[in-house]
Design a binder for this molecule. Structure first.
Ligand code: SF4
Ligand code: SF4
Length: 452
């Protein structure tokens, strides 16, 4: 039992939306039958999209590189299936942008056979492996942060020499309502995640690794504690966190666990910290020990579907296939109102169901007419709730207004917004605060560019 008095959290703002995790919680990670084709986008990460590295009619095997990193901040992309390249096309992504995408006709039998090559794991302590070789393996595997921003991991793990790192935080908070993929991964792959953490500790030459988990996942906390008590994981500890949204934000985690404030415009490494999502750390383990690139990930499919759960989805599978072949389809096709890429707080509604799973897809949430109703926004009644609950100490109502009326001078703090959605969630008149704040970021970037 986790004692409430010991729970850590950030201080300013935050909310407690209904978790709705019971729908998929503790459901074992399951595979989904392969579709006839997968469409793998080449812009699955922060930075420049990868360059297409295949041709039409080319035969492809599982794990083969189909996109080559282009520039410093970019990442390779690999095929999750064996088959034949049929098209190189421009498609809409799950976040509403357009992307180049490689359409592969799947050979299911060969895929199953080829996937077996990733099952063997050499028996060798991470500390015995060369640091450069590890970083190269992570780069070659095309690993990016699976928790949200999809920042290439090999860059995050090589901070500038003038930014010494003393702590890595493993982010197991998973504070978004409905999502349980990280929770289930922590239960099923506890030892592998801890070995991944040892790899990080080794390459960064640090002593302290802290795993932050919200107290609504006591079994995950216990699973890690049990292993950490053995001698294999020195320097590691668990931080039990209060269940509060957005506890999984990098800055909120660092504040809660280490009481360090990441200043405005700065990054975690400016306060000596690197935060890695637990799914990313598992991918690091697989890259180093199995030679496996990031070609699939665990995704929660939940809400108005017949079999909500946690599914191991290959990259490039369409949301429609994932919902119908994995989660048993919609409970009633006629009542579906929205399909969200991610959770209800930070996720975005998708415009069409043929958008595909990427390295950053943590959840697919289906909302019916019962859960989703929106009658448009009302006027701001100056209640101040958005200001009281903003975890970044911002004034969302003012920022949204300044963005709407293009008052650039009033947008100075807009880049501090982590787009957590808390302000929109609490607003009694349903003002589209995050929408306008995002628009404000675009305005500010444009204005800054034109000044240069
Ligand atoms: S979305 Fe931005 S402005 Fe709104 S509560 Fe979150 S951090 Fe604050
Ligand atoms: S919560 Fe909504 S109504 Fe209240 S101050 Fe903020 S924008 Fe205005």
């Amino acid at each position: 039992m986790i004692m409430p008095g010991k729970l850590l959290t950030f201080r300013s703002g935050g909310v407690h939306p209904p978790g709705n995790k019971h729908l998929s919680e503790h459901k074992p990670i399951r595979r989904v039958p392969l579709p006839e084709t997968v469409s793998i986008n080449l812009n699955q990460h922060l930075g420049k999209p990868a360059q297409c590295a295949v041709k039409i009619k080319q035969e492809i095997s599982v794990g083969e590189r189909i996109g080559e990193a282009d520039g410093f901040i970019s990442a390779d992309i690999h095929s999750p299936v064996s088959g034949t390249v049929r098209k190189i096309q421009t498609v809409m992504t799950a976040v509403g942008t357009m992307a180049e995408s490689v359409l592969i006709e799947v050979d299911s039998e060969k895929t199953a056979e080829d996937l077996k090559k990733y099952q063997s794991t050499p028996d060798c302590a991470p500390e015995k492996l060369g640091k450069k070789e590890i970083l190269e393996a992570i780069k070659q595997a095309g690993i990016v942060g699976e928790g949200g921003a999809a920042f290439p991991t090999h860059i995050k793990l090589a901070p500038p020499p003038d930014k010494p790192i003393d702590t890595v935080i493993l982010n197991g908070a998973e504070c978004e309502p409905f999502l349980t993929a990280d929770h289930q991964l922590m239960l099923e792959k506890t030892a592998e995640i801890l070995t991944g953490a040892r790899i990080l500790r080794h390459i960064l030459e640090i002593d302290s690794i802290i795993i932050g988990i919200e107290n609504n996942k006591p079994d995950a906390i216990r699973a890690f504690e049990k292993l950490i008590e053995t001698d294999s994981y020195p320097g590691m500890r668990i931080a039990a966190l209060k269940t509060k949204y957005p506890q999984g934000g990098e800055k909120q985690l660092i504040k809660a666990i280490l009481d360090r404030e990441v200043p405005s415009g700065k990054l975690p490494f400016d306060v000596g910290v690197i935060v890695q999502n637990v799914g990313t750390v598992f991918a690091v383990y697989e890259a180093v020990y199995c030679g496996k690139p990031l070609i699939q990930r665990v995704v929660t499919i939940s809400g108005f579907v017949n079999n909500p759960g946690n599914y191991l989805l290959p990259l490039g599978v369409s949301f429609e296939h994932a919902i119908r072949a994995g989660a048993g389809g919609f409970r009633d096709d006629t009542r579906v109102k929205e399909v969200i890429n991610g959770g209800p707080m930070m996720g975005k509604a998708v415009r069409q169901l043929d958008v595909t799973v990427t390295k950053g897809t943590s959840g697919i949430l289906v909302l019916s007419d019962q859960e989703f109703s929106y009658d448009g926004e009302g006027p701001c009644i100056r209640c101040g709730r958005c200001i009281d609950t903003c975890p970044m100490g911002l004034m969302p109502t003012l920022l949204a207004m300044n963005a709407r009326y293009e008052r650039i001078e009033g947008l100075k703090s807009v880049m501090d917004c982590i787009e957590c959605g808390t302000c929109s969630y609490v607003c009694p008149t349903h003002r589209q605060l995050v929408h306008w704040i995002r628009a404000g970021k675009v305005l500010l970037r444009k204005a800054n560019r034109s000044v240069k």
